[in-house]
Each structure stands twice: as C-alpha cells, then as structure tokens.
Design a protein around this ligand. Sequence first.
Ligand code: PHE
Length: 364
Amino acid sequence: MTDMTQNIVKLKDELTGMVTASNDLPSLEQARITALGKKGRITDLMKTLGGMTPEERKTTGAALNELKNEIADLIKKQELALKKQVMDEKLATETIDVTLPVRPEAKGSIHPISQTIEELITIFAAMDFTVAEGPDIEDDWHNFTALNFPPGHPAREMQDTFFLPDNPNETGEKAKKVLRTHTSSTQIRYMTEHKPPIRTIMMGRVYRSDHDMTHTPMFHQMEALVIDKETHMGHLKGCLMDFVRAYFEIDDLPVRFRPSFFPFTEPSAEIDIGCTRKDGGLKIGAGDDWLEIGGSGMVHPNVLKNCGIDPDEYQGFAFGMGIDRIAMLKYGIPDLRTFFESDTRWLNHYRFDPLNRPNRATNS
Ligand code: PHE
C-alpha cells in the first residue's frame, strides 16, 4: 500500500467516525464542511493530484472520488436519520388538546351589517325565499328602463345616480353604466333568468350621491320579490308584517301602508312602522308616531313584460328597504357614517359573536 492509499483509508475512517458521531444537524453540517468543504480534508488531498505522475494521479483520483461519494452518501443518510429523530421527539412531546376552548382575546366580532344580513336571510329562509345577488355596476336597462322608468324621466335623477363614463365598445342608452341606485335592478336580472313561481330576496350595496348623518354615498338594501299566479296585495301586507315583526322581535308591531309612487310598482305603498319619539329618543313599537322603513308595491305589468313574464298569467309584489337603516333602528346606532369608519372600538361595542351566528336552527 502506498502512503497515499494508507492516508485515504485513514481519512475515510476518521471522516466516517466524525459523520456518524454527529448527533444533531449543526454538528453534521460542521462535519460536512470539514470533509467536503472548499478547504475540507478531501478537497485538500485533491489539490495534491497536480504534483503526481499520471499513473498515481489516475488511481489516487479515482480513490478520492470514491471517498468523496461515500462520505456524501453517509452525510445524507445521517441527515435523514437526524431529521426523523427530531420529528419523532416532537411527536412524542408536543400534543395539541383539541378540546381546549378558543382564547377569548383572539375572537373578533361581526359587523352590524353582516349581522343584519344574516338575520334577514334567516327570517326569509323560514318563509322559503332564496337569496340572489346582482352586480354593483349596472347598466341603464336593469337599473332604470326595464323597471319602467321612461327615458329621460326625472325619476332617474331623483335617485342621485352616479353615472360611469361611456364605454366606446358599448354604446346606446341601454348599455350606459351606472352604480346601481337600488337592489331593484336584481329583480330584473332574476326574473329574466328564472321562471315563476319566484320567491327571492336580493341584497347588496347601492350608491347615491348623498352624504350626511343618515345618508352615505354607498349603503345597503334588501329587496323581496314574489311572483306567482293570483298573488295580491294581501300577500304583500302579510309577508311584510310577518317579516318586520320577526326582525324587530315585536309581535304586535304596528305596520302601516301609505300610498306612494314607484315606476316599477302599481299600486305602490310606503311602509311605516309604529314608534314613539320622546326627548329626542326613538323607540320602535306601539306608539303615537310612525317611521318610514321602505317602499313596496305590486310589480308593474310593464316590468313583468320586460322580463318575458306574461302579466295576464302572473302577478307579484316587491318591497325594499335599507339594511343599514333597519340595523340602526334595531341596535340603536345613531350615525350611519360610523358603519363605514372601520373603527374596531365601534365594532367591539356591538360585539356580535362570530361563533354564534343567526341561522335556521337557532332562528335568532
Ligand atoms: N327600489 C326602491 C327604492 O330604492 C324601493 C322599492 C323596492 C320600492 C321594491 C318598491 C318595491 O327606493
């Protein structure tokens, strides 16, 4: 055996010992650097190849390469063994008690709008209504024309509409884009896509250019639509009264219908609920005063026709109201603007529990 061969055998023993003795990942990394690093032991020997005869270089080079591969394999194996050991230790010592209660400080709270929306869905689901949604960016057809607003009619301006710039690819009155001023536009979408009988509620954001304590440029509306054979105003009144009494949780809440006008309903009525106003305060329930909460009426035959429904066969009713408004009334929130300020102190004040949501099982 040449000196060199002896050196290689010795080095192999030494490095093998060092790798197998590494009992954690940092010391194994140290062993790797010592053996295979740029200034490592094997690399050092490689550097001596240059001064050898071609014969020597051939055998020594091959032996060193073999050593290098063996040590690299050994390091890989040791690494896997150490990683498995770390994992085994973790599995043996770390346990998760899935029965522990949630930490109270980590619990957020539900925004009053979301709370109210879920209450509405719960009440209407119990009356067999489905829930539908429509786009916030509407076109003139769905927001106005199909709802029987005559072209150029001042009612289009009555709603303080935000008109969007014209799209050169889509021209004409019908395609004109607006931020929807009411959820009634979803009535058109729903009736165009579904055949009666229809029983659905529609909810979402609506937009009007208005801003004060009780108006924000964006707010939320809820709308109910029922289309069937022989649906009449009695159904509208019954449905609305059941709904407002369930929502405000007042069984004998007085409800009054006041004649009104909407282009898309005929006859139309404003909905008032009973209340008492005293010393600047407002209390919902039997009292000597009335508070308007929304609009309603029998769906206009022209609207049915615009959606491909035969008004001689089907009739129906619709009503709509501001979600923010009925949330303010139920939960005593005085300023609408606070809904949209994202102040967590305000949210915490109302504290609607995210783990106890209204649903058909709890019915609350
Ligand atoms: N869309 C009407 C509004 O925003 C409300 C309404 C809905 C009236 C449905 C009648 C029927 O004022």
